[in-house]
Design a protein around this ligand. Sequence first.
Ligand code: 0FX
Length: 251
Amino acid sequence: MNFFYKKNLIIGDNSNLLKKIFDILEEKQLNQYAEFSYAYSPETSIELPLISDFKCTQIDVQKCVKTLVNNFDLIISAHCKQIFPAELVTKVKCINIHPGLNPYNRGWYPHVFSIINKFPTGATIHEMDEKIDHGLIIIQRQVEIFSYDTSDTVYKRILETELYLFSEVIEKILYNDYHTYTHQEEGNINKKKDFQKIRQIELEKVYSGREIIDLLRALTHGNYQNAYFIDDDNNKIFIRLTLEPEQVVKE
Ligand code: 0FX
């Protein structure tokens, strides 16, 4: 295999995702034909023991642009929390594995906002440009949201889809032999502060049944203390929702 991109960096802040990418590259034996280095962000909460069996270094993307440009042909962001500077994305081929269906709900926690605003969600692998979750699309796939989904059940499906798409296109990317396309619309973008804003449930606000269920299931994700209200004694009370479809027994 005579790959076009030989010196590659995978940078991300989700240790499970990084490990699964590592496994895909091993299974396909691509590491025999190209070099893959792994990195995570400074100040990330990544679980180091989990990644100790493969070499993973800490890289501050803003401070290391020159080093990255000089040392890598291709950089793949796998949920890297750092913003890639313009100089980096214009000088090195940078590709983003994004847990959302561009251009809908680009940015922070796409599926959380999709449960609320009904825009489609999914996974996208795209070339990076200077804007967030923007740039020519290599491959993407929609992931369905069911009435009984919470944030974590949709997210699980999105992660599986991301890995499936990665597995589908990685060789084509390494050969630099893939097609790209773009959508006409710029879509919308949500920031971390938009997520913070939706977390508080206003006790005096009037919500429809659909709105409040959607908001609470969008904010229900494992043990995260997302949704809350402030009670009359000024205590913060966290809320999580359980959704259980009726089990219909077929005669
Ligand atoms: O890595 P990631 O899945 O994704 C986020 C952004 O959504 C994405 O657009 C960006 N490219 C990437 C670099 O960062 O986020 P996470 O691992 O911090 O969280 C995973 C899910 O967990 C998230 O989608 C929603 C949920 N979550 C997470 C935190 C920290 C919560 O519901 N509450 C939380 O406080």
